[in-house]
Ligand binder design. Sequence first.
Ligand code: PGA
Length: 251
Amino acid sequence: MARRPLVVGNWKMNGTAREAAHLARALVDGHPDGAADVAVCPPFPYLAAVAGIVAGTPVALGAQDVSPQASGAHTGEVSAGMLHDVGCRWVIVGHSERRTRLGETDEAVRAKFERARESGLAPIACVGETLEEREAGEAEQVVGRQVDALLADGGAEAVGESVIAYEPVWAIGTGRNAAPEDAQAMHRAVRDRVASRRAAAAESVRILYGGSVNEKNAAELFSMPDIDGGLVGGASLDPDRFIAICRAAGG
Ligand code: PGA
């Protein structure tokens, strides 16, 4: 089954309202409407403005996080329903910056994953090992555990319609991307893990690589058979670089 490539820009906590609008406009103007899906994930306060700019274009909107709760007294949280309401199609869950710095557990990520799906959003679930774990030879085991949490209790079918982003923590924001062959091996391991629960889901789940993707390394990474696109941080803040990465994915 041919999986359509996907490139997602994770703007993280960067920029101003003006810069967000400028970046969104530049992507809409310069985006080649080709063979890849493209989405951007601005900070929460800029979602509505960016939604207005990308509406009706091939650039989709996503958020960087979501509450596992549906609504109610959860000060500071943003619900999946609100994100859907404001025009989001995608939401990132379990980014390593949240797992490691804010203590998000596999269970918390799983709860967010489910809530997003229930509300009509497509979750992008991040998994990945730290440098310490890689050096200890535990990369596959750690990522396997993170994937298993998504697959538990009948989650495998949902995973088939969702996206997993493999992002080695040591490659994020460091300028040091995983070698394409090493990334491919991990993507294969993730797909095999999904296949052990549900073969059809393993064929359809899109697995993105993240961690220092740029306009120079993107084409080689994306040429790997189990790498279905990228989750891009730093390079997504520059429209020319991000568009070049989208082109490398076929879009
Ligand atoms: P980076 O971030 O491209 O800046 O390494 C990727 C990510 O954290 O999603």
